[in-house]
Design a binder for this molecule. Sequence first.
Ligand SMILES: *Cc1c(COP(=O)(O)O)cnc(C)c1O
Length: 449
Amino acid sequence: MNNHDLTRRDLAVVWHPCTQMKDHEHLPMTPIRRGEGVWLEDFDGNRYLDAVSSWWVNLFGHANPYINAAIRRQLDDLEHVILAGFTHEPVVRLSERLVAITPPGLSRCFYADNGSAAVEVALKMSFHYWLNQGRKDKTRFICLSNSYHGETLGALAVGDVPLYKSTYGPLLMEVMTVPGPDCFEREPGEDCEQVAERMFEAMEATLARHAHETCAVIVEPLVQCAGGMRMYHPRYLQLLREACDRHGVHLIADEIAVGFGRTGTLFACEQAGISPDFMCLSKGLTGGYLPLSVVLTHDQVYDAFYDEYTRLTAFLHSHSYTANPLACTAALATLDLFERDDVIGRNRRLAAVMAESLAPLKDHPHVADVRQHGMIAAVEMVRNKTTREPYPWQERRGLAIYRHGLKRGALLRPLGNVSYLMPPYVITEEQIRFLAQVMMEGIDLACRD
Ligand SMILES: *Cc1c(COP(=O)(O)O)cnc(C)c1O
């Protein structure tokens, strides 16, 4: 088996995610035979450094020996069991540990099997909470401009990335979209904290007018990843927490991408010192091994569903693979590695190397912004550095970086005109410098006229 053979068979039967399949008439597909640590190896023996953690899920490398061993052990005991009326040790232990490490107050874990499903759960649970309280009028949600919460219809509705959302507009519930605190949009002389405070006025006004009919505000804490790794100051989350309490509206923190150390703390909400009413986790939850997601909430929500069956207040939502034991085991092993290796501390040094090695790009004539939150660093290309006029999306400038990366042995899949590093935490300082070098070469190629 070689790259060519497998690609040919693939193109005959597989339909790939988030892909215009016709692109593969000219864009090569990369069939991966094996992974080890930060490396992916194809069928012709080429290696690629996984700079995007395979879509932001991998934390401790591919084929991690510790996580592999844990899953193998679990496999001999129990692969799966229904979670209604039954339970198993991995889900109990995982729930105990998640409650212990997430922000204070979050005390209950409800599981699903992917990020979008977790967002659906949080939206339904918030709505249903208010209904159980007799608040039939609360049926709406508030989200931020440029947000992303997944691809299923409810999750897509509370998102705001036109590329994914516009087509399906007629199918989606109506939401209130408030201009967000994205620091890329700062005025001259303003810092990110000032942007957060200024932009919060729009949120406050929307809450003041619509709180009576609003279930929840949903946000991605600190980094809007799919929206081009746009970042904002934690001050916004503090103001939002306070306002949601004052107006009687839930706060949903979608930490699906930023949770588990990505922004420099175990959870992004920690940097604002807040606890949300619902926290959605997935992606890094299993270290990038198996599909699993969880929504954590507090006792007040849980108690509002707890009653005689005939009152029909129960949350009758389920997925076939809810809290799969193998996935829970991968998550437990992932948490072991966080505890064993002082990952957050080591990441601080790695993040400093990311900052230092990307810093030269600040002076690039077509780079508008080099931004970073912990282990996420992004570089945004523009046509005009002074006016920040973007390159037209039709030019697909980012693809040049992607192609160049593959040639040089790096998986650098861009988001439009944004190139970023979001590597597994087992990366070395030298490998970060290599990625930064390849990205800089790629940006030079992408910005050539
Ligand atoms: C990826 C992502 C989702 C959706 O998760 P899936 O597992 O891809 O359905 C939701 N919210 C955020 C912030 C994400 O980055």
